[in-house]
Design a protein around this ligand. Structure first.
Ligand SMILES: *[C@@H]1O[C@H](CO)[C@@H](O)[C@H](O)[C@H]1NC(C)=O
Ligand SMILES: *[C@@H]1O[C@H](CO)[C@@H](O)[C@H](O)[C@H]1NC(C)=O
Ligand SMILES: *[C@@H]1O[C@H](CO)[C@@H](O)[C@H](O)[C@H]1NC(C)=O
Ligand SMILES: *[C@@H]1O[C@H](CO)[C@@H](O)[C@H](O)[C@H]1NC(C)=O
Ligand SMILES: *[C@@H]1O[C@H](CO)[C@@H](O)[C@H](O)[C@H]1NC(C)=O
Ligand SMILES: *[C@@H]1O[C@H](CO)[C@@H](O)[C@H](O)[C@H]1NC(C)=O
Ligand SMILES: *[C@@H]1O[C@H](CO)[C@@H](O)[C@H](O)[C@H]1NC(C)=O
Ligand SMILES: *[C@@H]1O[C@H](CO)[C@@H](O)[C@H](O)[C@H]1NC(C)=O
Length: 537
């Protein structure tokens, strides 16, 4: 490795089914087989590294130690099944700071993709300190009447830790989104193609996409951003307020759609209660955890922990039959039954490493990237109260508001800024139109934000799917699939105002069924495995 820092990145190269692009550039990327054991997959994948500058804005000043310092981007690609391909697509699955390469390879049978990722930023490696930080992560600021202040001061401690141990000082300013965008253009140039960018981004990856499109409008060939954040707020607001606009509505929809589900698909539907009663009873259970958190195995389930669980479950309606079964026990079961179910959740979560120290890198990367990108700070807890930042979050969403005060407090007190942030207004015409995609019911990234971004990019298309979940990739629909393929292959945009219909959220319908319907052949077992899991945030 050529430097102490590797930038959080993202780069997935999806070689899809089109003809080769005519012009040929000298390739600077040498693809080879990946290290044995690096990925668990049966599909063909290739790996490469590409050197990019650590600091794009470093001067030629001899006193600037970062001049000419290079870092390695780690790339993976998955060749298209049908060759020759029309070009590579770089991917980002959100977070920010999620392990893109692993996600891409796991999804390979669906997307036939490749990626590079590096999470470089080390806040601290001290096990005791990590344990202390994680113990507080995920708490609700409404847990008690002293919780807000506690969470604020804890965020101060965490920010100081990141500044003073680990490699925060060296890497922190260099892991922002604008530099990642520049890395991606370097990748586009280094591939043996036309130098244009093809990009597919989800969730935070839509902020990256909007930034790419705004910084390099003339270099955009195709771009799909799906599950859209409001990038204005990501950079310039005290919190990502708009992101949670529809969270409570989606939570309510979970109960109302339960009652219209096919028989046997929703356990709560058998209780002879209205949707409003089910929701009210569930809220009573959530609030009861404030008074009486429940010990479950190695974990104490308090209100924040349980809300975080629910928030995660709202992203993917494929899990709603299971969620309804869990809630029917948690809300209406005996105390012994409740503990048994919570232990099962904890067990499952620890298997998928959603809890525990292994996720600290992801937490710290999220702070490092988002907080470094954020341009505003708050000097004190009192300043936060005066601006009403937390209370505006509570008003935006009862379910989410008190849980995301945490990241808000970290960013408000973060010790450094990214060396470069895109400072424009995201109003621009790209060389080729981008496609903005959203579900009508997304608990994490509401349609409202997709409309906001789409309004800024002149000529952009809008794909709306009448489904429930985080991004259209989480909602299997033939119409959404065909619209996405038509864009990638022909650049065709959906008709103005067109809405794709999707199955009922409790229906057992997956992408495997979509592929079967579209291609007329059954999907293989390994394709099915890749298509089913909830694979990203
Ligand atoms: C790879 O193939 C083997 C044999 O067909 C199978 O047992 C295994 O589960 C496959 N692994 C993955 C990750 O698909
Ligand atoms: C460059 O590195 C030297 C030695 O490590 C250090 O003394 C100096 O402060 C650094 N300069 C900058 C601008 O970081
Ligand atoms: C990190 O930078 C800050 C501000 O420049 C400085 O006060 C602190 O001592 C630095 N920490 C380390 C470990 O270099
Ligand atoms: C369902 O609830 C309604 C109103 O609470 C009640 O009148 C009815 O008897 C209940 N039906 C069953 C099968 O329990
Ligand atoms: C997009 O969102 C930003 C921040 O909330 C707002 O200032 C701007 O007016 C919005 N633009 C449109 C077209 O809605
Ligand atoms: C979305 O789907 C629901 C349920 O099928 C339907 O009632 C509603 O009209 C649809 N909305 C749009 C905008 O197509
Ligand atoms: C692309 O356009 C061609 C010509 O109009 C058409 O035949 C083809 O079906 C389109 N492909 C997709 C995937 O929409
Ligand atoms: C597809 O799978 C179904 C159910 O498993 C089976 O009945 C059908 O014969 C399969 N079709 C093909 C073309 O393999």
């Amino acid at each position: 490795m050529s430097s102490p820092a590797r930038r959080s990145s993202l780069l997935l190269l999806l070689l899809i089914l089109y003809q080769q692009i005519g012009r040929s550039f000298a390739s600077k990327v040498q693809w080879t087989t990946c290290q044995p054991g690096e990925f668990t997959t049966n599909i063909t994948i290739q790996c490469a590294t590409l050197q990019v500058p650590l600091d794009y804005s470093s001067s030629s000043d001899k006193n600037d130690n970062n001049t000419n310092k290079m870092i390695d981007l780690h790339l993976v690609r998955i060749p298209a099944l049908v060759q020759p391909s029309k070009g590579s697509i770089q991917l980002n699955f959100g977070g920010p700071g999620e392990p893109t390469r692993e996600t891409a390879v796991a999804l390979g049978p669906l997307l036939q993709v490749g990626t590079g990722t590096t999470i470089p930023f080390v806040c601290t490696k001290d096990a005791f300190t990590v344990g202390q930080i994680l113990d507080e992560v995920g708490r609700s600021s409404l847990e008690s009447d002293t919780a807000e202040r506690r969470l604020w001061e804890r965020a101060r401690v965490d920010a100081d830790i990141c500044a003073q141990s680990g490699n925060g000082n060296e890497t922190g300013p260099y892991i922002g989104t604008a530099y990642v965008a520049r890395d991606m253009m370097r990748v586009a140039e280094a591939l043996d193609e036309d130098g244009m960018l093809r990009y597919w981004g989800f969730s935070y990856g839509t902020t990256l996409g909007a930034t790419l499109a705004a910084m390099f409008p003339d270099r955009i060939d195709r771009m799909v951003i799906d599950g859209v954040q409001n990038p204005h707020e990501y950079y310039h607001a005290q919190a990502d307020f708009e992101e949670w606009t529809d969270s409570d509505a989606v939570f309510s929809y979970f109960f109302s759609s339960c009652l219209t589900a096919a028989p046997g698909r929703c356990a709560l539907a058998t209780l002879n209660k209205t949707a409003a009663q089910l929701e009210k009873d569930t809220w009573e259970f959530i609030e009861s955890l404030r008074q009486a958190p429940i010990p479950a195995g190695s974990i104490l389930i308090d209100m924040g922990a349980f809300k975080n669980f629910i928030i995660g479950e709202l992203k993917f309606a494929g899990g709603w039959p299971d969620l309804s079964a869990l809630l029917s026990v948690l809300v209406y079961g005996t105390p012994q039954e409740k503990v048994r179910v919570l232990e099962a959740i904890v067990d499952e979560a620890s298997k998928t490493q959603q809890l525990g120290p292994s996720s600290f890198d992801v937490v710290a990367s999220l702070w490092g990237i988002h907080c470094g990108d954020r341009t505003v700070r708050l000097g004190s807890f009192e300043a936060q109260q005066k601006d009403g930042v937390f209370s505006r979050l509570y008003k935006t969403s009862r379910l989410v508001g008190d849980v995301v005060t945490q990241i808000t407090a970290h960013c408000a007190q973060w010790p450094w800024h990214a060396r470069e942030t895109y400072s424009g207004d995201f109003r621009i015409r790209t060389k080729n139109p981008i496609l903005v995609a959203s579900n009508l019911r997304d608990s994490h990234t509401p349609l409202k934000s997709a409309l906001n971004v789409s309004a800024g990019f002149e000529g952009s298309g809008l794909l709306q799917v009448n489904g429930t979940g985080h991004a259209t990739l989480n909602v299997p629909s033939v119409c959404g699939f065909l619209a996405t393929v038509a864009y990638w292959v022909n650049g065709t945009l959906p008709k103005l105002g067109q809405v794709c219909q999707a199955p009922h959220p409790f229906d057992p319908y997956t992408w495997a069924d979509v592929l079967t319907q579209v291609t007329g052949t059954n999907t293989t077992t390994s394709q099915k495995r890749a298509l089913h899991p909830r694979w990203w945030r």
